[in-house]
Design a protein around this ligand. Structure first.
Ligand code: EPU
Length: 305
């Protein structure tokens, strides 16, 4: 039976602050995707948690959205409720920093450098939020969230608030228990990282240099979703795409970046279907030419059929 009963729709429509048929394209870095049937964005997690409990009880599907930087939303949009918590507070206690899940990683990188803390410079290359970075062990320049994470606080619908130690979150290269394991569907509320005391000016200089380098190797000014594929063990997806002559390949208005082979760029008006067809084309070609099965890193959500 569909979850779309009169009573469920009425309940969703009555959630304080909820919007119906809310466009999601502008809430993703790709700038692609149809609307959320119901959309709820709040600065405080409590009301979101209540809504998630309700969804669980009523069998209503929901999607947790962060900054939308690693997401491909289907053209037909997303069924059920899409929620976004934009809690951006932070608290520094010695070398420990607790940050709200809605804070951007790049912003936190600057905050901790200004507090003379080191070890978080890699976050200047991570476009998403703290919550999203925990969800998929985001990283850059060979350093990942799991190397600094101490614990996270979150919410499991039906079970309430929980505190997860770093090992319990099972972080690994672009994966975690939240994305692929037991904690699927749980909301990250905040995360605590452990850093080192150091010279903030040095941290800022390093971040400026890394950002310069990134702007030379990645199409950071375009509409994209970061790396499209995970790097296969011992190799790099970008190298394989380039070796396969696939840079510049296109479907509709989506094109493989000519700068970095592991990026797909929305050149304006690309559809999710364009991007998906291009992803499938690249995977098939890389498989045919090199026998390597690429695995998408970008998460595809919503109604594809
Ligand atoms: N390369 C090519 N052709 C290309 C692109 C890359 O030959 O078109 C080669 C490079 O010369 C280099 C190797 O491939 O020898 C690796 O490339 P790069 O240093 O650009 O890093 P990457 O492995 O493609 C990873 C992360 C990025 C992160 C960068 C920088 C993954 C899937 N990607 O990219 O993360 O920004 O390192 O540290 O692990 C993301 O996850 O969304 C993301 C952007």
């Amino acid at each position: 039976m569909s979850w779309k009963t009169k009573s469920n729709l009425a309940w969703l429509g009555a959630l304080p602050g909820v919007k119906e048929d809310e466009p999601l394209a502008s809430r993703t870095s790709f700038g692609i995707g149809g609307p959320a049937e119901f959309f709820l964005e709040l600065a405080r997690p409590e009301a979101i948690e209540k809504a998630l409990d309700g969804c669980r009880q009523r069998g209503i599907p929901y999607l947790l959205l962060g900054a939308g930087t690693n997401l491909l939303v289907a053209d037909k949009g997303v069924e059920g409720l899409v929620v976004r918590v934009v809690n951006r507070e932070h608290e520094i206690d010695g070398t420990r920093v607790r940050a709200g899940a809605g804070l951007k990683m790049m912003r936190l990188a600057r905050i901790v450098a200004d507090a003379n803390l080191r070890g978080f410079e890699f976050a200047i290359g991570v476009p998403g939020t703290v919550g999203g970075a925990v969800y998929q062990d985001a990283g850059c320049w060979g350093k990942e969230m799991r190397e600094v994470l101490v614990e996270a606080e979150g919410f499991v619908p039906g079970k309430g608030r929980q505190r997860w130690t770093a090992p319990a979150l099972e972080l690994g290269y672009r994966t975690s228990a939240l994305r692929d394991g037991d904690l699927k569907g749980a909301l990250v509320v905040s995360a605590t990282v452990h850093l080192q005391r150091g010279d903030g000016e040095e941290a800022r200089q390093l971040m400026a240099r890394l950002t310069r380098e990134r702007s030379e190797t990645q199409p950071i000014k375009t509409k994209n979703c970061g790396s499209v594929f995970k790097n296969p063990p011992g190799d790099s997806a970008g190298r394989l795409v380039q070796a396969g002559g696939l840079k510049g390949a296109r479907k509709g208005n989506a094109a493989v970046s000519t700068l970095h082979g592991n990026f797909i760029v929305n050149e304006g008006g690309a559809t999710a279907a364009d991007v998906r067809r291009l992803i499938e084309h690249v995977m098939a070609e890389v498989k045919r030419r090199f026998g390597v099965q690429l695995e998408p890193e970008v998460e595809m959500v919503g109604r594809w059929r």
